[in-house]
Write a new protein. Structure first.
Length: 359
């Protein structure tokens, strides 16, 4: 069975829009239907087992991303976990981010009137960050591991290097355009906080996400909450004060269960195998697009590449691409695509042939 066999695909559609919305596996769709039907039946006790079930979701997330369950918080999306975290940090912190970052990263800083500076996201982005840290001396680096418009990917090894050189800087990362494309170990990453939505590369639909916090940042946040008593109500007795911020109310078992099912599939298929497959697709796509001078210059000059590609096509061609069955999306100065485990080399060749015909 190939990777694509696990998804409902149509021969009429070339789906290369994982960067916008990943496809949900067949098993996850089946699980959703079965769970929801049983959950609301009068003769089942699933509604009374929410806490226990959500603990299995956390355990799965922790295992897949190589961390501990107590570092995992279930959130409805990236933005909720991230914004809540920002509100818990000292108000006099200085933030560093990349130019053109995802709005849910930059706007919470702007709307809260917090001090920040941006640096250029080009082929030397890691060196730009190091220089800005030296000059600006921020308390926090805010960064998407893969930039949502350009597809520029930060070298995962850079975070460990940065932490070694500047151990007091908090690194808060967005993994929404990255997690699911290759193996990732949070505890060895150098990242202090990683927030992620599940509807893109994790193929889990909407309404689910999570936040991972390392122990050092957890301790710092708890110190800032010192003096606040733990919840005393019976059904909140297992919550810490920190839990009440990131998981303040009921968590949807259908949405989070869908995330769990998709992660279980990814785990069975193997992240190394998934990563190798995506690399094969990307090698072909980048090579053919480079031949046609359709890559962003900063991406073309950079050896490290992501599965998100901004093809430098006139956006007026977007309706024609859709009419040809190519599912993509206009972003920035071109047309954005995202290649994932359910894609094949045939999808790349169909995309390129369509582009050649339309140009």
């Amino acid at each position: 069975m190939t990777f694509s066999d696990h998804f409902n695909l149509s021969a009429d559609i070339c789906y290369v829009n994982s960067s916008g919305n990943g496809l949900v596996p067949k098993r996850s769709l089946h699980w959703r239907r079965t769970w929801e039907e049983q959950f609301f039946r009068v003769d089942t006790d699933l509604r009374d087992q929410q806490t226990a079930f959500l603990s299995t979701v956390k355990d799965t997330i922790a295992r897949v991303f190589h961390t501990a369950e107590h570092k995992v918080y279930l959130t409805p999306n990236f933005s909720f976990g991230y914004s809540t975290l920002i509100d818990l940090l000292p108000k006099d912190y200085r933030y560093l981010a990349l130019e053109g970052e995802y709005p849910s990263i930059l706007y919470p800083i702007i709307s809260r009137n917090l001090a920040y500076k941006t640096v250029k996201a080009d082929e030397q982005v890691e060196e730009n960050i190091l220089k800005a840290i030296e000059d600006y001396k921020p308390n926090v680096l805010l960064i998407s591991i893969v930039q949502y418009i350009s597809g520029l990917k930060i070298d995962p090894r850079f975070f460990r290097r940065l932490k070694e050189e500047y151990p007091d800087i908090w690194i808060i990362a967005d993994g929404s355009q990255y997690l699911g494309t290759e193996d990732f170990a949070f505890d060895r990453s150098g990242i202090d906080a990683l927030s992620c939505s599940g509807y893109k590369w994790l193929c889990s639909g909407f309404g689910n996400g999570f936040l991972l916090l390392n122990q050092k940042l957890q301790a710092a946040l708890e110190l800032g909450l010192k003096g606040i008593p733990r919840p005393s109500t019976d059904f909140w007795s297992n919550k810490t004060v920190l839990d009440t911020f990131f998981e303040p109310g009921h968590v949807d078992t259908v949405s989070q269960g869908t995330l769990k099912e998709s992660l279980l599939l990814f785990e069975e298929l193997g992240f190394d195998a998934i990563g190798e497959h995506i690399t094969t697709l990307c090698d072909e796509a980048y090579s053919l697009l480079a031949e046609r001078d359709l890559l962003l210059p900063e991406i073309a000059r950079r050896p490290l590449r992501s599965a998100l590609i901004n093809i430098q096509l006139d956006q007026a061609l977007y309706p024609k691409l859709l009419a040809a069955g190519i599912k993509c999306f206009p972003r920035g100065t071109g047309i954005r695509i995202g290649l994932h485990l359910y894609n094949k080399l045939e999808d790349i060749h169909r995309l390129i042939a369509t582009i050649d015909k339309l140009r």
